[in-house]
Write a protein that binds this ligand. Structure first.
Ligand code: SIN
Length: 522
C-alpha cells in the first residue's frame, strides 16, 4: 500500500501555514471552525464549491431533547435503533448536550420552525417515541443552517474558506499530525498546521444508489487508512428507505425525507397493498434498516425497482407547506403528492463507521481530530436513529474545539518530513480506466455490501477489490479522479473486510448466511 499518493520534496513545494486546517466545509467543519477561538488562524478546505455538500441537502432536521423530561427516552430510542451496540457514553453526551447545541445555532442566527405561540414544531421520524425533531423551513433544514454558518464563517476574520482543494494525505512527523498534502489549482502543495480536523463526510459514492453528492467518495477515511489511523464499525452502512426513483440513473437520488412517513405517509407495494405490518409492529416508523430491508424484499418479490410512498391522505396545502422542496421535486417529475403515489427505492445515505474517535473527536493520531460522518464516535451503533447525525456533528464539534483550545498554547508547528514512497514510479502503467473502475465498484458494493450481505459472495468481491487496488498502485495517481477511485477502493476493502470479520448479523450489517441466533431482535 502506498503511504503517500504523491511524492513530495520539501524544498520546491509550496506550503501555507495555519493553526488549524479543517478538511470539509459541511456543518461539522464550519460549526467547529466557528466554535474555535477567534485568535486562531483557521483554513476550511472544500473540495468543490461550498454549497456542494450533503449538509446543504439535509431535510428532516435535528433530533434534540429540549427540557430534561425527554433525555432518557431519546437515549433509549437511539440505542434501540442502534441494536444496543452503541457507545453508551457517547449517546449520553449526545443527548445531554443536544439542547445546548440547538441554543448555539439559534444564537448564531438559525431560525427553527415554530408555531404561533413560539414553540418549536417537533416532528416524528422512524423509531422516535415522541416528536423531537426540529426543522428549518419545513424540509430545508440543512440549507437553513448552512446559510448561517457560511455567512458567519465568511465574516470571521480568522477563518479562510478555500474551495477547490482536494486533500490527498495526512502528513505526520514522529507520530504527530502536522498537516495535509493537497491538489490545488493544478499543483500539489502542503497545508501545514498545528491541528487537523477531518470533516470530509460520507462514502455514498461507493454504491450505485445513493443520496450523497458526488464528492462523497470516502476520501478522508482513505487518508486515515494510509496514515495508519484507527477505524471502527466499518461494516455499518445505512440505506435510507425512501429515495425518489426516477429511472435508472448514475446521479444521486433525491431524498424523500423520513419526516414524510413521520407525518403519516405509508408504503405500498406494486399492488397498492400496505406491507410494513408484515415486517414490524412499528410499521413505516420502524428503524431504517428494517424498513429498507422490507422494501428491498417487496421489490425483489416482483422484480420491481421501486415501491410506493403514499402521502395522499394530506391535502395539497399541507404538503406544499410542510415539504416545499420535496413537493417541488415530485412536481418536476409530474407527481402531485396529494394525488399520486411516489416511487421510492432504498439508497445508501449514511455511514455509521469511520475514523475512530473519543468523546472529544480525538483520533488515534496525535493532533488529528475527526468529526461528522467520516468519524465514528460509536453513537449510532449498528443503525443510526433518524436526525441524530447533524446533532452528532454539532455536539462533538464543540467538544473538539474546546479540547483543541485547551491544548493549543503549548503546541508547536512541526517540521515536515520528506514524503517518499518506496516503490518505483518510473514503471508507470497508464492504462487504468479510472472511470470504469469506479463504475464497477459501485455495482459490486451495491450487490454484495448493500442491504443484504452474504460472506461467501463477499470473499469473491474482496479478491476483485484487491486486484484493482494492485493495478492502481502500479499506475500513477496524478489526477483527482485517479486518487478518488483509489480512495474508494481502499474504503471498500476496509468495509468488506469488516463485514467478513463481523461475528453477527446486526442492524445495517445484515448477513443472510449467519445463523438465526446471531440476529438481534428489537
Ligand atoms: C431524512 O430527512 O429522512 C433524513 C434525515 C436523516 O438522515 O437523519
Amino acid at each position: 500500500m502506498k503511504r503517500y499518493l504523491v511524492d513530495f520534496k520539501n524544498e520546491p513545494c509550496e506550503g501555507r501555514y495555519f493553526d488549524i486546517v479543517i478538511i470539509g466545509a459541511g456543518i461539522a467543519g464550519l460549526y467547529t471552525a466557528l466554535m474555535l477561538p477567534k485568535k486562531l488562524k483557521i483554513a476550511v478546505l472544500s473540495e468543490k464549491e461550498i454549497d456542494d455538500s450533503d449538509s446543504y441537502m439535509a431535510q428532516g432536521g435535528i433530533a434534540a431533547s429540549i427540557g430534561d423530561d425527554d433525555r432518557e427516552l431519546h437515549i433509549k430510542d437511539t440505542v434501540n435503533a442502534g441494536c444496543y451496540v452503541n457507545n453508551a457514553k457517547a449517546v449520553k453526551v449526545l443527548v445531554d448536550e443536544s439542547q445546548q447545541a440547538i441554543e448555539n445555532l439559534i444564537e448564531l442566527g438559525v431560525n427553527f420552525d415554530r408555531d404561533d405561540q413560539g414553540n418549536f414544531y417537533r416532528s416524528f421520524e422512524g423509531n422516535h417515541s415522541i416528536p423531537r425533531i426540529l426543522h428549518v423551513n419545513g424540509d430545508s433544514t440543512g440549507k437553513g443552517i448552512m446559510e448561517v454558518l457560511v455567512r458567519d464563517a465568511e465574516n470571521a476574520h480568522n477563518i479562510e474558506i478555500i474551495p477547490d482543494v482536494f486533500a490527498l494525505d495526512i502528513v505526520e512527523n514522529r507520530g504527530k499530525c502536522c498537516g495535509v498534502t493537497v491538489f490545488y489549482k493544478g499543483r500539489s502543495m502542503y497545508f501545514i498546521s498545528r491541528y487537523c480536523i477531518m470533516a470530509s463526510g460520507g462514502i455514498g459514492q461507493l454504491f450505485s444508489k445513493t443520496t450523497n453528492v458526488d464528492v462523497l467518495t470516502g476520501d478522508g477515511i482513505a487518508m486515515a487508512i494510509r496514515a495508519g489511523v484507527k477505524l471502527k464499525d466499518m461494516e455499518y452502512v445505512q440505506f435510507h428507505p425512501t429515495a425518489f426513483y426516477s429511472g435508472d440513473t448514475n446521479d444521486r437520488l433525491f431524498l424523500i425525507s423520513e419526516a414524510v412517513r413521520g407525518e403519516g405517509a405509508v408504503l405500498r407495494n406494486m399492488e397498492g397493498k400496505r406491507f410494513m405490518g408484515e415486517y414490524d409492529r412499528r410499521m413505516e416508523l420502524a428503524p431504517r434498516d428494517i424498513v429498507a430491508r422490507a422494501i428491498f424484499h417487496e421489490m425483489n418479490k416482483v422484480s420491481s425497482k421501486y415501491v410506493y410512498l403514499d402521502a395522499t391522505m394530506y391535502d395539497k396545502d399541507f404538503l406544499q407547506n410542510r415539504f416545499r422542496q420535496i413537493y417541488r421535486e415530485c412536481e418536476s417529475s409530474s407527481i402531485e403528492m396529494y394525488r399520486d403515489y411516489i416511487p421510492v427505492t432504498p439508497a445508501e445515505h449514511y455511514f455509521m463507521g469511520g475514523i475512530e474517535v473519543d468523546l472529544f473527536g480525538r483520533t488515534s493520531m496525535e493532533g488529528l481530530y475527526a468529526l461528522g460522518e467520516c468519524a465514528c464516535t460509536g453513537v449510532h451503533g449498528a443503525n443510526r436513529l433518524a436526525s441524530n447525525s447533524l446533532l452528532e456533528a454539532l455536539v462533538f464539534g464543540k467538544r473538539a474545539a474546546e479540547d483543541i483550545y485547551g491544548k493549543i498554547s503549548c503546541g508547536e508547528v512541526c517540521s515536515l518530513p520528506e514524503l517518499k514512497n518506496e516503490d518505483n514510479l518510473d514503471e508507470k502503467n497508464k492504462e487504468v480506466d479510472f472511470d470504469q473502475f469506479k463504475r464497477s465498484l459501485k455495482v459490486l458494493m451495491e450487490k454484495h455490501a448493500g442491504i443484504i450481505r452474504n460472506t461467501d459472495d463477499l470473499k469473491g468481491a474482496l479478491n476483485i477489490i484487491e486486484d484493482k487496488l494492485s493495478k492502481m498502485e502500479a499506475s500513477s495517481l496524478e489526477s483527482v479522479e485517479a486518487v478518488e477511485t483509489y480512495n474508494m477502493y481502499q474504503v471498500a476493502r476496509s468495509i468488506v473486510i469488516s463485514i467478513l470479520e463481523s461475528k453477527a448479523s446486526i442492524g445495517s450489517n445484515y448477513v443472510e448466511n449467519y445463523s438465526e441466533h446471531n440476529k438481534v431482535l428489537r
